[in-house]
Design a binder for this molecule. Structure first.
Ligand SMILES: Cc1cc2nc3c(=O)[nH]c(=O)nc-3n(C[C@H](O)[C@H](O)[C@H](O)COP(=O)(O)OP(=O)(O)OC[C@H]3O[C@@H](n4cnc5c(N)ncnc54)[C@H](O)[C@@H]3O)c2cc1C
Length: 501
């Protein structure tokens, strides 16, 4: 009889783990608290518009690259329609100056040198690193736990030429790198490459992927992408129980050793299995599902000292006019500052104009969205719980003030408004259960470096963790690889040769 694996969470990691284990002859079931697959990788429909809640870029969209081949194990990549943007984003100031952050490295170099010649040294550092990383094709991943001496040598041979640059730029944050710029607009542009605390190496590697056209956008959006993996999983015989929140992991003592042996849902359903994987939030898994009993000092220290990605508000507008924009994403100054919450008042906003995906808005109309980062998850959760009317009023106020502040640049919005939506950190927590409403797990910073978290826990057998809380840096390919790695480890434990079809 096939060994049974229960997976908690149908985000991209949980679904990927399910697919790989089904391929390898396990009987699996996924328990998901929401009614949909994808977790953070989601979209939702409102008033005739499809609001996309995740993919800005998907690494692995160029046929033949390492990540493409991995995604292709899960879905038919040829079935995706990919669009590659010419410009990553445009950064504007109130005087009408702008920098286009081109995805092509030669165009980018010309643009940066033309707009900020005084920063030639910083520009050369960035461009030189991107050109180097553009030649890098990451080796087929194997989890650290299964690394042999031969694997270590082979990956050293492939990665060796890049290691000094990786090490150098891992030690510098985006904020520190940007602070070297004399030109204020270039400084702002670099600060907005990703979150400021993150090691600049990730911005450089992302630009390299864009330059190689290996980080495109799949038409149809995030939920469609997640549904493709769900489809593979269901077709292979896997089962998903939606609207089933897991409350506890059952732990038994076998010969004096603790062993995970099942789950209990909030409805009281009990299911037993040979292996349990949590692809859900890390903090909830350790402290609620396992009641803090299997967390050692190393893990506690990591959770205390490391920086999670922040939470965010997502503002989405549907307007019944075509907004002509040559860039998919731009940072614009607002004509008036907008108070968001106790830690954030904004005077500019990074918006996406989703013209590149015709499936998101009806013909002749435009979907606009903006992601406003915040660490005020408690403020938003408390406001929603204690004063729901006040919460709704605040959301309305923010929408109308942002619209008023952006019209000087985008033209009339309010008079063309058909749809508006504002999700808050409270929304992210309600729908995905992510700690502090984080959008991507752990930030890799110069302080944490490339430190990894274990996928198993001390003194608990037959239990594994996967997803953005054990794979620092987060993001879709990372969480998929994390699931692939855990599946390889389980196969090894079950004395099966890992296969991927
Ligand atoms: C706005 C935004 C933009 C992003 N842009 C990009 C991008 O452009 N490119 C990119 O690569 N990445 C991007 N990311 C990051 C990426 O989406 C995440 O890192 C990734 O989806 C995380 O996947 P996961 O499976 O690890 O976790 P999650 O997506 O959080 O999945 C966990 C799942 O577990 C479920 N769950 C939690 N607790 C329980 C429980 N107790 N019982 C049952 N189910 C439970 C949740 O409902 C959820 O479905 C973005 C994220 C956001 C929010």
């Amino acid at each position: 009889m096939a060994e049974k694996v229960l997976i908690i969470g149908a985000g991209i990691s949980g679904l990927s783990a399910g697919c790989y284990l089904q391929m390898n002859g396990f009987e699996t079931a996924i328990y998901e608290m929401h009614s949909l697959p994808g977790g953070l990788c989601t979209s939702w429909i409102k008033d005739g518009y499809k609001i996309d809640g995740c993919i800005h870029w998907l690494v692995g969209t160029k046929p033949g690259t390492g990540f493409y081949n991995l995604w292709n194990e899960l879905i038919d990549m040829k079935s995706l329609i990919i669009t590659d943007h010419e410009i990553f984003f445009r950064c504007e100031d109130s005087a009408g100056n702008f920098i286009n952050f081109y995805n092509n490295i030669d165009q980018l170099e010309n643009e940066l040198l033309a707009k900020a010649p005084e920063d030639i040294a910083v520009i050369n550092d960035y461009i030189h690193a991107v050109r180097k990383f553009s030649r890098m094709n990451l080796p087929v991943p194997k989890p650290r736990e299964l690394f042999t001496l031969r694997d270590a040598f082979s990956s050293l041979r492939i990665m060796g030429p890049y290691l000094p640059a990786i090490k150098k730029w891992t030690n510098v944050s985006i904020a520190d790198f940007a602070s070297r710029c004399k030109n204020p607009l270039l400084r702002k542009t670099i600060e907005n490459l990703f979150v400021p605390e993150m090691s600049v190496v990730f911005a450089m590697i992302t630009t390299a992927w864009m330059n190689n056209k290996d980080a495109g956008y799949p038409i149809g959006g995030s939920l469609e992408f997640a549904k493709k993996i769900e489809e593979t999983y269901l077709r292979s015989g896997g089962q998903i129980y939606y609207r089933n929140k897991v409350d506890k992991i059952i732990v038994e003592s076998v010969n004096g050793k603790s062993k995970a042996s099942g789950i209990i849902t909030s409805e009281g359903k009990v299911e037993k299995a040979d292996y349990i994987i949590s692809a859900a939030d890390g903090n909830f898994t350790l402290n609620e599902l396992l009641e803090g009993k299997f967390t050692d000092q190393k893990i506690s220290k990591f959770y205390k000292k490391s920086l999670p990605f922040s939470s965010y508000l997502q503002l989405s507008l549907g307007v019944d006019r075509k907004l002509i924009s040559e860039v998919p994403s731009l940072i614009i100054p607002l004509s008036k500052r907008v108070y968001i919450d106790p830690s954030n008042t904004i005077n500019e906003i990074k918006i996406r104009i989703h013209n590149f995906d015709p499936t998101l808005a009806p013909d002749g109309k435009t979907l606009i969205s903006a992601m406003i980062l915040t660490r005020e998850d408690e403020y938003w959760t408390n406001l929603r719980t204690d004063n729901f009317e006040g919460y709704k009023k605040e959301k309305k106020r923010i929408i109308s003030e942002v619209i008023a502040g952006a019209e000087h640049r985008l033209g009339p919005l309010q008079s063309h408004l058909e749809m508006s939506d504002l999700s808050t950190p409270a929304t992210v927590i309600r729908y995905t259960n992510n700690w502090k409403g984080s959008f991507e797990g752990w930030v890799i910073t110069p302080e944490t470096g490339l430190k990894q978290l274990p996928v198993t826990l001390p003194d608990l057998n037959n239990f594994y963790m996967t997803g953005q809380w054990v794979a620092p840096g987060g993001g879709l390919p990372t969480v998929m690889m994390s699931a692939r790695g855990v599946s390889q480890i389980i196969c090894k434990k079950s004395k099966k040769k890992f296969i991927t079809s």
